[in-house]
Design a binder for this molecule. Structure first.
Ligand code: 57M
Length: 358
């Protein structure tokens, strides 16, 4: 909004010329989101406590989790508030791509909010059924994938990291594929959110990586130099990604071990959906497997565990997702969390290196 209010005045007040720069507006969005989440965090947590929005902890989880019972959840409302307000304040509101990503994050956030309410308020620990959740997620992802089609160069071609000239054209299959990317990312973040700060850490590194990927994809000269698809308008997504990373950082201040608040499905589903959408709109669908490698590892561990249990009647891990496996191996919770953060940072660096390595 500030861009539309102040940039037109730059003829009279030249300093307002800075609003034309995506870098400046990304920095503004990040500072706004960080300040909002840090300032509103304590008030929001108090409010959740008063409303008794305490987490219901399932008995079959690791012993160490039982003491977490009652921790306020649905902190994702705070993240989304800071993220969306900051984005709307600093982004070019005529950019369609940003609105599509906001549409996914908001609808997935509402889905998660309903799930959390059912679990926390109605004490129904199953929440919204998995089938209902998936149906809504695929419908929203389908609308987003369809809308992405006329967003400049979002086309059916897939690029494989490290192999610049190797392009796979999925044709009509690109729509269901991109839906799978968005729904998969959302559920992978959801599964990862099982230890204090375990999900929000990789969300911050992933958002920071997409800040850079969106900027270069939307910059014709840099995209040409790096031999990556030029996607006109993708640069504005840097503002959204910057706000997302900063809102996550502010939330981590309260979610770090021992957590004062959990993000809830309202946070994990929304943030995962936003990450999947950013990957599709910047044409980094396969690169997301590297950037979001921690989320992939967590989701894969569940698939392997359930498949092995069904086919062989035996577990591969002591418990899935894999963060519980390390807990049951005797790793302290902070050790598991910080080691997963280290992996996430290394994967982000590796992903960015693919821009140069060919
Ligand atoms: C999402 N939710 C956490 C919190 C957070 C198929 C199966 C693998 C599904 C999976 C599952 O139910 N996942 C749901 C993970 C839960 O966190 C809440 O959920 C929100 C995110 N969606 O924001 O509101 C618990 O995680 C802990 N937590 C923290 N700190 C945080 O910052 O400590 C969360 C955030 C919270 C808290 O204890 O209550 C969760 O783990 O449920 N199921 C599982 O993950 C279960 N695994 C399992 O059943 N494995 C089986 C088979 C089916 C694969 C096996 O290995 O044999 C384990 N997790 C739990 N209980 N808590 C075991 C059962």
């Amino acid at each position: 909004m500030l861009y539309h209010l102040l940039f037109p005045l730059s003829d009279q007040i030249s300093v307002f010329n800075v609003f034309r720069y995506i870098t400046f507006r990304s920095l503004g969005a990040a500072i706004t989101a960080l300040v909002l989440s840090l300032l509103l965090g304590p008030i929001f947590i108090q409010w959740l406590k008063r409303l008794q929005m305490g987490q219901v902890v399932r008995a079959e989880g690791p012993e160490s989790h039982l003491k977490k019972k009652g921790t306020p959840t649905m902190g994702g409302v705070l993240i989304l508030f800071a993220l969306l307000l900051s984005t709307l304040l600093w982004v070019d509101l005529t950019n369609k791509g940003v609105w599509i990503v906001i549409f996914v994050a908001t609808t997935y956030g509402i889905l998660g909010f309903v799930d959390d309410l059912k679990k926390v308020v109605y004490k129904n620990s199953k929440g919204v059924s998995a089938k209902q959740k998936l149906l809504v997620q695929f419908i929203v992802a389908g609308v987003a994938a369809w809308l992405f089609q006329d967003f400049t160069a979002v086309n059916s071609e897939l690029r494989v990291p490290f192999f610049k000239n190797f392009v796979i054209d999925l044709g009509w299959m690109y729509i269901p594929f991109s839906m799978l990317v968005i729904v998969g990312a959302s559920n992978a973040v959801n599964l990862t959110d099982g230890l204090d700060g375990l999900a929000i850490g990789p969300v911050i590194t992933t958002a920071g990586t997409f800040l850079l990927l969106a900027y270069v994809a939307g910059h014709s000269k840099i995209a040409q130099y790096l031999e990556i698809p030029y996607i006109a308008g993708a640069g504005e997504l840097s503002v959204f990604a910057a706000a997302m990373a900063a809102a996550g950082l502010g939330f981590l201040w309260f979610n770090t071990h021992p957590a004062q608040v959990f993000m809830g499905d309202v946070g994990s589903l929304a943030l995962g959906g936003a990450i999947g959408s950013l990957a599709v709109i910047t044409k980094n669908e396969i690169l997301l497997l590297i950037v979001g490698g921690v989320f992939v590892m967590e989701a894969l561990s569940v698939m392997i565990q359930v498949a092995s249990f069904k086919l062989r009647g035996k577990r591969v891990f002591k418990m899935a997702p894999i963060h519980h496996h390390f807990e049951l191996k005797g790793w302290a919770e902070p050790k598991v969390i910080v080691r997963f953060w280290i992996i996430s940072i290394l994967l982000a660096i590796l992903a960015l290196s693919t821009l140069k390595l060919r």
